[in-house]
Design a protein around this ligand. Structure first.
Ligand SMILES: Nc1ncnc2c1ncn2[C@@H]1O[C@H](COP(=O)(O)OP(=O)(O)O)[C@@H](O)[C@H]1O
Ligand SMILES: [Mg+2]
Length: 347
């Protein structure tokens, strides 16, 4: 059992507070992604779990055992970084088997594990080559394979795919997901790429300015963002926001339209809807098309609604030109509302 329990972890560098009171439980065998913009503290948190950085306060437990006072090698953790940490003068076989040799496993066990993981990661044809001769993508496969060959209880990955080109990233993402699903490993994976986060994670922790702002499954994060920040951060193109004025119990005026909404005592709320959750209709928000981008599967139309930019993802068969007046009906069960002061979701 390798549940990871992070309790009240904070970190300051000099006077700069990089992490504020982080509390997070990662279930045994869960794939947890830490997602957030550059500088929000993802790597710092991962490095504290790994033992490469010491927290200012708080503690970390793995499988019920407190590990934050142990040296990195005694934590039962394997790590993969963004830059391919492979030894160029060793063969792929020796690179993948490196940790196993350090553990003094018998030769036939090393061969068995290296061969198995090499097959899963599609580097079995490369086992005899020197790692220095490999492409970036191949080297990163070797680095990931080396970590996985250890069959660690916990694997920590810090943007392991971000140096790869888009196509390779897509391919390796799927392979990594497949291999980890077959293992018993608990994983923490750091990325700033929300698509990668959505595709890999059992759950995502969204980080912002040294804090965790929401922990949820990818689909829950997408459908029920807990704060305005998460709503704007997850999804591409991002969610649309319009201001809403109270017009009686459960009634809200949005861009001159009367819509049903939460029955709260707020005078004002923020109305939010995803670009794909509106459609052309006879009644709804009045929009002026500004930019029309055919994206193949659909049409991305950037409009102006109530003086604010508003994006709609529409059927690619429609003919829409800049300047056209559109009426966009938001799908009622997809609308979200936020308190403009606290920025928290209102139900
Ligand atoms: N060793 C360090 N000394 C001083 N500041 C640091 C150090 N490591 C990280 N920081 C700062 O802490 C913040 C979070 O960094 P980091 O965890 O690397 O962010 P992320 O991985 O999310 O991009 C950044 O502002 C960074 O400059
Ligand atoms: Mg980082």
């Amino acid at each position: 059992m390798a549940e990871i329990f992070i309790k009240n972890v904070a970190k300051t560098f000099g006077t700069y507070q990089a992490l504020h009171d982080i509390n997070l439980t990662i279930e045994d065998q869960e794939f947890m992604v830490l997602l957030g913009a550059s500088g929000c503290g993802k790597s710092t948190l991962l490095r504290i779990v790994a033992g490469l950085e010491t927290q200012t306060t708080g503690g970390v437990w793995i499988g019920g055992r407190r590990i934050d006072n142990l040296p990195p090698r005694d934590r039962g953790i394997a790590m993969v970084f963004q830059n391919y940490a492979v030894f160029p003068h060793l063969t792929v076989f020796e690179n993948v088997g490196f940790g196993l040799r350090m553990q003094k496993l018998p030769n036939d066990e090393v061969t068995k594990r290296v061969t198995r993981i090499a097959r899963l990661m599609h580097i079995d044809q490369l086992l005899g080559r020197y790692s220095g001769e490999l492409s970036g993508g191949q080297r990163q496969r070797v680095a990931v394979s080396r970590a996985l060959a250890m069959e660690p209880d916990v694997i920590l990955m810090d943007e392991p795919l971000s140096n790869l080109d888009a196509l390779l990233r897509l391919e390796m993402r799927a392979e990594l997901k497949g291999v980890l699903a077959e293992s018993n490993t608990t994983a923490i994976y750091v990325t700033h790429d929300q698509v990668e986060a959505m595709s890999l994670a059992d759950r995502i922790s969204v980080m912002h300015q040294g804090k965790i702002v929401q922990v949820a499954t990818p689909i829950r994060l997408y459908r029920n963002p807990a704060t305005e920040f998460v709503a704007g951060f997850i999804g591409n193109p991002p969610m649309n926001f319009l201001s809403a004025q109270s017009a009686g119990i459960g009634k809200w005026l949005v861009a001159g339209e009367m819509l049903d909404g939460p029955s709260t005592s707020h005078a004002e709320l923020k109305f939010a809807i995803r670009p794909e959750d509106v459609q052309l209709a006879d009644a709804g928000l009045k929009a002026t098309a500004k930019i029309v981008e055919p994206l193949g599967a659909h049409l991305l139309v950037t409009c102006e609604v109530d003086g604010v930019m508003f994006r709609a993802v529409l059927d690619s068969d429609l003919t829409i030109r800049p300047g056209d007046q559109l009426i966009l009906a938001p799908q009622a069960d997809r609308v979200r509302w936020f308190d403009p002061k606290s920025t928290l979701a209102v139900h």
